[in-house]
Design a protein around this ligand. Structure first.
Ligand SMILES: [Fe+2]
Length: 310
């Protein structure tokens, strides 16, 4: 079925899902240890396509963590929100988790909710592996965008300008909403504020990409508040242009594995208009401290780096 569009050249089948981002991988069983060449080919596909999708892989928590271990070092489930009992590397993504964080209507903009995982930390995960368990019959899709393609599509003068900028990222309640007591307690226990370059050089490919995480980014350092706001809005709007994105429809047993260094993603809001349940689990892999085009690394202003789960 896949042979026409993607002839098998190695040990896996790679089926691109759009021009700039996303590929489905077939021909692997993720419940068992992968052959070294499969690990290498999946990693190459990840660097090229930024997010990989797998179908019909009903893994247990332990198998999920074992899969992740073949590509890096699993971090603690979430540095602020914790992890599943007895599974320190597993973070539950349930339909109701937002209720535990804030109440009230947040200010909705086209890019609200787009983010790169945990950029409030100085060492955001290099990758996230998300596993679908309970999936609504419709709705609840996730979208990803390729921030390297978005960077390349900026005009050269603007690329040169953003190359020299840095921005502040922190965990905060969405504008317009009120934090719950639990959210405030957790943030006070583990405040995270980091200055990152606005453009990141990929440690494996050397590719430049925008390090913009609309949910976490606060402002650009050194610009006036209005300059920062307008430039960020321009970059947010640009970076989620449809041609840079891919949309994934989950099924039970689906897995999405993305390079968190060159992408942002959008959690679905549409399920809140339904009664459908939705349960996914995530494992994140420890990442490098980002560096900008000038070689300057990110700097933690508050909080510690993300810990390993082990
Ligand atoms: Fe996320």
């Amino acid at each position: 079925m896949s042979a026409v569009l993607a002839p098998r050249t190695g040990t896996i089948d790679v089926l691109p899902q759009s021009v700039h981002i996303g590929a489905e991988i077939r021909g692997v069983d993720l419940s068992r240890p992968l052959a070294p060449e499969q690990v290498a080919e999946i990693r190459q596909a990840l660097l090229k396509w930024k997010v990989l999708f797998f179908r019909d892989q009903p893994l247990t928590h332990l198998q999920h963590v074992e899969l992740a271990r073949q590509f890096g070092e699993p971090t603690v489930g979430h540095p602020v929100f914790g992890f599943e009992p007895e599974h320190p590397a597993i973070y539950s993504i349930s339909r109701d988790r937002k209720k535990a964080r804030y109440q009230g209507e947040k200010l909705v903009r086209p890019w609200s909710g787009w983010h790169t995982d945990v950029t409030a930390a100085v060492n955001p995960p290099f990758a996230s592996i998300l596993r679908g368990v309970t999936i609504p019959p419709y709705g609840g899709d996730t979208q990803w965008t390729n921030l390297a393609a978005a960077y390349q599509a900026l005009s050269e003068p603007l690329r040169n300008f953003v190359d020299g900028l840095r921005a502040l990222h922190r965990f905060a309640v969405p504008q317009g909403a009120n934090a719950t007591t639990d959210f405030n307690v957790r943030l006070q226990r583990r405040p995270l504020l980091t200055e990152h370059p606005l453009v990141r050089v990929h440690p494996e490919t050397g590719e430049k990409s925008l390090l913009i995480s609309p949910t976490f980014i606060q402002r650009i350092v050194g610009l006036s508040p209005r300059e920062s706001q307008v430039l960020l809005e321009l970059l947010f709007e640009h970076s989620i242009r449809p041609e840079f994105t891919v949309r994934f429809k989950w099924e039970p047993g689906s897995i999405a594995f993305w390079d968190n260094r060159s992408t942002a993603h959008l959690a679905p809001e549409d399920i809140f208009a339904t009664e459908f349940d939705r349960q996914l689990y995530r494992v994140t892999l420890g990442g490098e401290i980002p560096t900008g085009p000038d070689g300057r690394p990110s700097v933690a202003l508050e909080g510690d780096p993300i810990n390993s789960a082990e």
